[in-house]
Design a protein. Structure first.
Length: 114
């Protein structure tokens, strides 16, 4: 049986693959992140904003007609931003179309590190 994450089971796609894949569920989903708050000397420069470009869709159709899974992994996206925020940076988060960011909900940790 394929593991369920947050009540989400992988869906069989037309090409025979699963989304998320069995490998992704096994390797890319931690029960909790390893985030630890660190004290940083706050950056005081004039250019303290970071442009973060994310995708606004799960799948993007390529020129050859195949779909590419673009998903934003929440830990890979948000964890570095937490450290940068703690160091004094701010963010402008954008997508190519201006629509909201789409995160891979199956990859959110189930627990918070204590």
């Amino acid at each position: 049986m394929i593991k369920k994450i947050l009540g989400i089971a992988p869906k069989l796609r037309d090409d025979g693959s699963y989304s998320p894949s069995k490998v992704a569920l096994k390797l890319a989903v931690a029960a909790k992140t390893d985030y630890t708050k660190v004290s940083y000397e706050k950056y005081q420069g004039q250019k303290s904003k970071i442009l973060v470009i994310c995708t606004e869709q799960k799948d993007m159709q390529m020129k050859n007609g195949k779909k590419f899974s673009t998903g934003n992994h929440p830990v890979e996206a948000i964890l570095p931003m937490l450290h940068l925020r703690d160091a004094g940076f701010e963010f402008n988060i954008v997508t190519p179309t201006g629509k909201p960011v789409v995160f891979e909900m199956w990859a959110f940790p189930e627990k918070i590190k204590t």
